[in-house]
Design a protein around this ligand. Structure first.
Ligand SMILES: NC(=O)c1ccc[n+]([C@@H]2O[C@H](COP(=O)([O-])OP(=O)(O)OC[C@H]3O[C@@H](n4cnc5c(N)ncnc54)[C@H](O)[C@@H]3O)[C@@H](O)[C@H]2O)c1
Length: 345
């Protein structure tokens, strides 16, 4: 039985808790939150112990793995402490909000021989998995164009009510670093590394936030393909986010994990399999404007895989080096927007 500790008992912790509850070989033994009421409430629901200082939780010898669900700019602090205490780490996206903090976190996990898993639940959605299979099978041929279009909406009081959202210190950015990072991660996973980019960002609607609510970047991938990222939390009422891939032998669009277009010059048995996940224009729009309006299933899939990688001592699906890439790209977008210069990686 793997003992689990949950650090941070806010909105996303529920997805982690529900995921662990589906895995019979895990048991949540303790939770921690600086907000004592939140820690107590969560612990009581689970019959677990609660702490206001996560370091107390880390002293326990019956905890093997921690899920870190604190604001993003605090992730590395508790992840490094957990690694030093010999606990495996599952951490919410992004790993943290600066590369030095991320690198320290990766190093601490390596040195202490614990697994580091970063949650990117959208990778486990069927449409995105089909895109990945098609790319890996060479269905698209040489890639020509890869875009991520995230025109989401947050109510104005989203930032006012939860001040860590949209702050540089704790969110590390805005529409890009918090929300659109899911699609930045998908784009890099599907189309590969970016060689250079140039970008603009702006705070155009949500005047109470420090960071951007709108960003536009043009990309040149290492494989020669060109691409774009349009990322907002300022588009009323919010639309399903979309990934668009074009290659010399075909093109496909996936909106909110559902296949909208799937057209290839050459047919393949994969096409029949993919058809079961064609959207037909009916896409659930809730996620575009309501922060927690998404199913637990994709967290559950990744956390199940994370537990397997701990049990089997195999590489996690999305480890430190893999999860670092989206933060590096987003920081490059911020740099280009600030300096007006093209950023080369
Ligand atoms: N994968 C996804 O789709 C998804 C969705 C939402 C949030 N997230 C990520 O999850 C993380 C948390 O977001 P959230 O929406 O749950 O935020 P939240 O504000 O709802 O919850 C954060 C919790 O952490 C607690 N906390 C703050 N500092 C702490 C500390 N030092 N020790 C222990 N607890 C502390 C807060 O009291 C709060 O209860 C962020 O990194 C965010 O990017 C991911």
């Amino acid at each position: 039985m793997l003992g689990v500790g949950v650090i941070g008992c806010g909105a996303i912790s529920k997805m982690h808790i529900d995921s662990f509850l589906r895995i019979p070989q895990t048991k949540i033994r303790a939770v921690a939150d600086v907000n004592e009421a939140a820690a107590r409430r969560t612990a009581n629901e689970l019959g677990a112990d609660s702490y206001t200082d996560y370091r107390e939780l880390l002293k326990r010898t019956d905890i093997d793995v921690v899920s870190i669900c604190t604001p993003s700019g605090l992730h590395s602090e508790s992840a490094i402490a957990a690694a030093k205490a010999g606990k495996h780490v599952i951490v919410e996206k992004p790993l943290d909000v600066t590369l030095p903090k991320i690198d320290a976190m990766i190093e601490a996990c390596e040195q202490n021989h614990v697994k580091l898993n970063c949650i990117f639940n959208n990778r486990y959605r069927e449409g995105n998995l089909f895109l990945k299979r098609a790319i890996d099978a060479g269905r698209f041929g040489r890639l020509i164009n890869a875009n991520a279009l995230i025109r989401w909406y947050r109510e104005p009081d989203y930032y006012a009510k939860s001040p860590w959202h949209g702050s540089w210190a704790l969110d590390g950015g805005g529409a890009l670093m918090n929300q659109s990072i899911h699609y930045v991660d998908l784009l890099l996973w599907l189309a590969g590394r970016v060689e250079s980019l140039s970008a603009y960002t702006g705070t155009l609607l949500h005047k109470c936030m420090e960071t951007e609510d709108t960003a536009v970047a043009t990309l040149r991938f290492q494989n020669g393909a060109l691409g774009a990222i349009i990322a907002t939390t300022s588009t009323f009422p919010g639309y399903p986010a979309e990934i668009q891939i074009t290659g010399e032998r075909g093109s496909a669009n996936v909106r909110d994990g559902v296949i909208e277009h799937w057209k290839f010059v050459d047919s393949d048995p994969l096409d029949q399999e993919a058809e079961a996940f064609f959207g037909g224009g009916e896409v659930d729009n809730a996620r575009a404007s309501t922060p927690m309006a998404f199913a637990c299933e994709y967290h559950a899939r990744q956390i199940r895989r994370a537990v397997e990688s701990i049990e089997d001592d195999t590489e996690p699906d999305i480890g430190g080096a893999e999860a670092r890439k989206s933060v590096e790209l987003i920081l490059g977008i911020y740099e280009s927007a600030k300096t007006g210069a093209r950023v080369t990686f």
